[in-house]
Design a protein around this ligand. Sequence first.
Ligand code: GUN
Ligand code: ZN
Length: 451
Amino acid sequence: MGQPLASPGFTDGTVAVRGALLDFVDDPFYKPEAEVVRYVADGLLLVRDGHIEATGPYQELNSRLGDRPLIDHTGSLITPGLIDTHIHYPQTGMMAAYGEQLLEWLNRYTFPTERKFADADYARQVAELFLDELLKNGTTTALVFAAVFPASVDAFFEAAEARHLRMISGKVMMDRNAPDYLCDTAQSSYDESKALIEKWHGRGRLLYAVTPRFAATSTEAQLKLAARLLDEFPSVYLHTHLSENVSEVAWIQELFPQYQGYLDVYDQTGLVRSRSLFAHGVQLTDAEFQRLSEAKAAISFCPTSNLFLGSGLFRLEQAKNPEHSVKVGLGTDVGAGTSFSLLQTTNEAYKVAQLRGQKLSAFKALFLATLGGARALCLDDKLGSFEPGKEADFVVLDPQATPLLALRNEGGIPATLEDLEDLLFSLVIMGGDRAVAATYIMGELAYPSSV
Ligand code: GUN
Ligand code: ZN
């Protein structure tokens, strides 16, 4: 008896998916790629109640299908959902803001844009569009800046909850060096963040990040209250920016002359922890990388943003130095970033490496966008690979999605790891949203919409 071919979208999170399966069991920056890449050219992913039940060759597992629907993605590559470790949802409408570097860009474009998020209806509209974009690009989890207004956080989490997404977000804390219309106070930011944590953190798949914008827009009092929230709620995250731009680093030194550099401001106020994620780190010193490693904190590498704002070239090999490794994920950093696509982000990450005389292999790039991102967010027990028990968020990539890709990958799904690396590299460089054939959340089709 033939398996019923499912109409994707009505699977109830219990489903079987056939295709070429690719994920990682460990970090290819530290172990030989052949040992950590798990590739099954004709594979089957068995999903029950939104979680991975088993994964392996189709021929071995097809006897376990039971009566679950089978979705056939033969000819495509299925990877764990992509993870964006740094993005701003209120900046969705202001990508491609011309001509400035970080500090001028913030004042001229960003602050006036974020003001609009005082309007909850507007925030809700943008949150929906933002989530549509993530899913269209194969991004299933993100660490997201909201705006300073608590209602902007509610709007985001409500939209994410309705789609059953695992998302992390938080209210921006900012009590100086920004327009009055965007400033809170140390106390109000503490009170409002606390109320939002109590409302959202751990509700369904949602998690909260305490989110001081960056040291320049917070007083020491505000940073210390942010740390108090981390003490009171040890499973919440800390999400902020760090050492992005040369003028920014100099300004931090002026604002905090009593500290030994940018990271030290966060460190001495109690914000450098294992659940802390710092965006950028382009200007970090070797000693600062070492301190992040000691603290088990994470960095989000945001190449499209770093190039767009002219911030500089991130030293990935220093972060991944085996002597003092730092957890690293990829971030799009929309709206300074120029694409929602993590595949476009790997493209620019590769070029940043090239400009520094380094190589970023296709497998390393995809690792950063999947299991590496999950590790950076301390979510690798739930996300980032096809390990049984993990949440079944995954992406279907079509290596022949366009005529150009079809020509480039005319051999179709490869049999060997070597050929796979070549095909994957074409997606790491050329694959944007068009290569994403489908995105599944907890075993259910989320893109393209089945309605
Ligand atoms: N530093 C402080 N705020 C921001 C922001 O919104 N975007 C970027 N890229 N850097 C920042
Ligand atoms: Zn940012």
